[in-house]
Ligand binder design. Structure first.
Ligand SMILES: [Zn+2]
Length: 310
């Protein structure tokens, strides 16, 4: 996504005065703006890239403080913390994610606390573009559509829990990356995109939460960005898996590998081989299932390739 010379710059909406029912664009919001306390946060400039992020994608935020600096600022979006990195020119940047089922607007919440205990809270409305994800009908052998046994369901829950813990932990790791650093883990075509609703044997089961890349067994799978390997194991559904913590809230997962070439604790570079395409776990054939998460929100991994600052 090309960076925009002029970002999304509006006033702030005091959180109590604004509402998620706001269906229009935040650019129309200043009429609803109300101050509280010193109103210092109102002098923050906020830019979004893109200006209207899509359901199921990551996007970038830049802020610039006008006037007196805010000593302690906590920012949240869609239930996840948003951590800003100091950039050049007085701007700070952060990444955040729009859940795939988000409404047409969400609030970026800023909480400032002053040394004397005063606090200020503001929300900036982020308009959300529809994801328009498709429905995919799959006809598969009955065993693939059948529910898991209680024992396998418990094992799968535990494995999913471990992957999700890695994803949440990425908030506590400083970013190894900067916008523009992410690359595809395979150069081959995408055989199944993120977000498709999946109907197995006539029943809607789930949404596809990864991006599938074409590949034969043994072909290389590479890290999408610099990061720290947090999890390498053999899962029931995912087969041989590698999960990488990129910091700044972002993590990626690589599933169904025939072999893994990294260990927990390894640091990896973008484009470094971490394993090979396989057909391990519950799959019908070899491919790479690539996952991107921001905290606990799973989004379209391809959207991370578009993160770019002006
Ligand atoms: Zn997949």
């Amino acid at each position: 996504m090309p960076a925009r010379a002029v970002g999304f710059r509006t006033g702030f909406v005091f959180v109590l005065a604004s509402a998620l029912a706001v269906g229009g664009l935040a650019a129309q919001a200043p009429a609803a703006e109300q101050g509280s306390g010193s109103g210092v946060l109102r002098s923050l400039e906020v830019n979004l890239y893109p200006v209207r992020p899509k359901q199921g994608t990551v996007f970038l935020i830049r802020i610039k403080e006008g006037g007196q600096p805010v000593p302690s600022l906590v920012t949240r979006f869609a239930g996840e913390q948003v951590s800003f990195q100091a950039g050049e020119d007085g701007w700070s940047w952060a990444v955040a994610a729009v859940p795939v089922d988000a409404p047409s607007a969400l609030e970026l919440e800023f909480d400032a606390t002053w040394p004397d205990g005063r606090s200020e809270r503001f929300a900036h409305v982020v308009p959300v573009a529809p994801g328009r994800y498709a429905m995919e009908r799959l006809t598969v052998a009955p065993e693939y559509g059948a529910p898991l046994s209680p024992a396998l369901a418990a094992r799968t829950r535990a494995e999913v829990g471990r992957a999700r813990a890695v994803a949440r932990g990425a908030h506590d790791t400083p970013p190894f990356w900067r916008p523009g650093d992410f690359v595809r883990p395979r150069s081959t075509r995408v055989t199944s995109p993120f977000g498709n609703g999946r109907e197995f044997n006539g029943q809607i089961q789930s949404r596809h939460t990864g991006t599938d890349f074409q590949g034969g067994v043994g072909e290389p799978v590479t890290a999408a960005a610099p990061g720290l390997v947090r999890l390498v194991d053999r899962f029931y559904l995912g087969g041989n898996v590698v999960y990488i913590d990129h910091g700044g809230g972002l993590s990626t997962g690589y599933l169904h590998l025939s072999e893994t070439g990294v260990a927990v604790g390894d640091t990896v570079a973008a484009g470094q081989r971490i394993g090979a395409v396989g057909a391990t776990g519950r799959v019908t054939g070899p491919h790479l299932h690539w996952i991107l998460r921001f905290g606990s929100i799973t989004v379209d991994a391809l959207s991370v390739l578009d993160l770019e600052l002006p």
